[in-house]
Design a protein around this ligand. Structure first.
Ligand code: AQP
Length: 383
C-alpha cells in the first residue's frame, strides 16, 4: 500500500480533490456519457490508456482523455481493472533530447496524479518499465497489415506529408522511419497486453483503436481467442482545437506556445492565452464551427466546463462581446485547473521519492498483469 507524503494527492479522501471532483461531475454533458458496457462475460472489464511524454499535458489532453480517466476511475465497478501509462517509447517515434525526455516523463507522471488518478485504485506506470509491451509489439508485427498501416494518417501528419501520399513516394521513403510507421502496432500491444476491454481516448485516436481491433482479430483468428477486442470510449471533448490555428487540434508539439493551455499554466497565463486566441473579424459571438472555428472552439471549451450546450452559450453571449466571453472562459479554466496545478507543483517539488515509489509499484503490478497475457500468447505460438 502506498502512502503519499502529500496529503493533497490522496485524492479520494481530501477536501480539495472532492471539490475538484464535484466540479468535474457537475457537467451535465459529462454525466450524459454512458458508463462502458462489458464486452463479454468471459473477459472482466479492463480499462487502459496512455499519454506520450512529449511535453506538459494541455487542455486538449485533459478534456479529451485525462478527465475521462479520472471519471472512469471514480465510477467504475470495483472489479474493473484500471491501468494508465506514460507511453515513453511512443515519444521516441520522433527524435528526442535525452535530458528533455527525462524531465517530460516525470512531469507527465506527476500530472497523472495531479489530475486525480489514485495509485491505490489505478495502476500508473511507465511503458518502458514493462518489457512485455515491446515483446508483444514484435509478435503482433508478424500479423499486422502493412497495407492498413500505410493508409493511416499519423505518420503522414508527423512528417508533414499530404494525406494521400503512398509508401512508393520517394519523399515518404526518405523521411519515414520504421518506428513511426509501426507506432500503431506498439499501441495495439500496449492495449492488448493488458487484455483491455475499454480504451478512453480523444477522437484523433479512433483510427488506431480500429487498427488494434483488426490486429487482435487477425491474431485470434490464427492462434486462438486470446485477446478481447477493445472498445474506444471517446470523450465528449472529442477534439479541442488550437487557440492559434483553430482548424488544427490543440497539440503539445505546435511551435506556438500560445496555441495551447498547459495544465500547469498560471491564472495570468491562462487569461493571456485565451485573450490572444485567434477568432475572426466579427466581434459578435455565434456558434458556427465551419465558418467561425475560432469563436466556436472557445464556446466548445466553455461548454465542457459549464455543462451547457454551445448553442445555449452562444445565445447567452449574443448580446455581449467576444471579450466578455474570453474573460469568462479564462476564469472558468483557471478555476478548474488551479487545484490541479497546486497538486502538480507539490508533487514536482517533493523531496521524497514518492513519484518513483508509485512508478515502481505501478510497473510491478502492470508487469504481473502483462505476464499473464504473455504466458497465454507464448503457449498459443508454441514458444
Ligand atoms: N486536442 C485534443 N483534443 C482532444 N483530445 C486530445 N488528445 C490529444 N490532443 C487532443 C488526447 O490525449 C490523449 C493523449 O495524447 P498523446 O499525448 O499521447 O498524443 P497526441 O494525440 O499526439 O497528443 P498531442 O498533444 O498532439 O501530442 P504531440 O504533439 O506530441 O503529438 C489521447 O487520448 C488523445 O486522443
Amino acid at each position: 500500500m502506498l502512502t503519499s507524503p502529500l496529503p493533497l494527492v490522496s485524492c479520494r479522501n481530501t477536501p480539495p480533490i472532492k471539490a475538484y471532483q464535484r466540479l468535474t461531475i457537475c457537467s451535465r454533458r459529462w454525466n450524459s456519457v454512458p458508463a462502458p458496457k462489458a464486452t463479454s462475460l468471459a473477459h472482466p472489464r479492463v480499462i487502459f490508456s496512455g499519454i506520450q511524454p512529449t511535453g506538459v499535458p494541455h487542455l486538449g489532453n485533459y478534456l479529451g482523455a485525462l478527465r475521462e480517466w479520472v471519471r472512469l476511475q471514480d465510477t467504475a465497478p470495483k472489479d474493473t481493472r484500471l491501468l494508465f501509462s506514460i507511453v515513453d517509447l511512443h515519444a521516441l517515434t520522433v527524435p528526442q533530447e535525452a535530458r528533455q525526455l527525462k524531465t517530460w516523463r516525470r512531469e507527465g507522471f506527476a500530472t497523472l496524479l495531479a489530475v486525480g488518478l489514485d495509485p491505490s485504485r489505478a495502476t500508473v506506470f511507465y511503458q518502458s518499465a514493462v518489457p512485455a509491451h515491446t515483446e508483444l509489439f514484435w509478435i503482433l508485427s508478424t500479423v499486422a497489415s502493412m497495407g492498413y498501416l500505410s493508409r493511416m494518417t499519423q505518420w503522414k501528419s508527423k512528417l508533414d506529408l499530404p494525406e494521400d501520399i503512398s509508401l512508393e513516394d520517394s519523399a515518404a521513403r526518405s523521411k519515414l522511419r520504421l518506428g513511426l510507421f509501426s507506432y500503431p502496432v506498439l499501441q495495439a500491444a500496449d492495449i492488448l497486453v493488458h487484455r483491455a476491454t475499454h480504451v478512453p481516448v480523444g477522437e484523433d485516436q479512433r483510427q488506431h483503436l480500429e487498427f488494434c481491433r483488426y490486429t487482435a482479430n487477425s491474431f485470434n483468428h490464427l492462434y486462438g481467442n486470446i485477446f478481447p477486442p477493445p472498445e474506444a470510449i471517446i470523450s465528449p471533448a472529442k477534439r479541442v482545437m488550437s487557440l492559434k490555428e483553430p482548424t488544427l487540434k490543440m497539440s503539445k508539439s505546435h511551435t506556438d506556445k500560445r496555441s495551447r493551455i498547459l495544465l500547469t499554466d498560471s491564472t495570468e497565463d491562462i487569461h493571456k492565452k485565451v485573450k490572444s486566441a485567434l477568432t475572426d473579424s466579427d466581434a459578435s459571438v455565434s456558434y458556427d464551427p465551419v465558418h467561425r472555428p475560432g469563436v466556436s472552439n472557445l464556446l466548445e471549451i466553455l461548454s465542457h466546463f459549464d455543462g451547457r450546450s454551445c448553442e445555449d452559450l452562444a445565445e447567452e453571449y449574443k448580446s455581449s462581446s467576444l471579450q466578455s466571453l474570453k474573460g469568462h472562459l479564462g476564469s472558468q479554466i483557471s478555476l478548474h485547473l488551479e487545484p490541479i496545478r497546486e497538486r502538480y507543483l507539490s508533487l514536482i517539488a517533493d523531496k521524497t521519492n514518492y513519484l518513483d515509489v508509485v512508478a515502481e509499484e505501478g510497473a510491478r503490478t502492470a508487469s504481473a498483469n502483462a505476464d499473464i497475457t504473455m504466458r497465454r500468447v507464448r503457449k498459443a505460438l508454441g514458444l
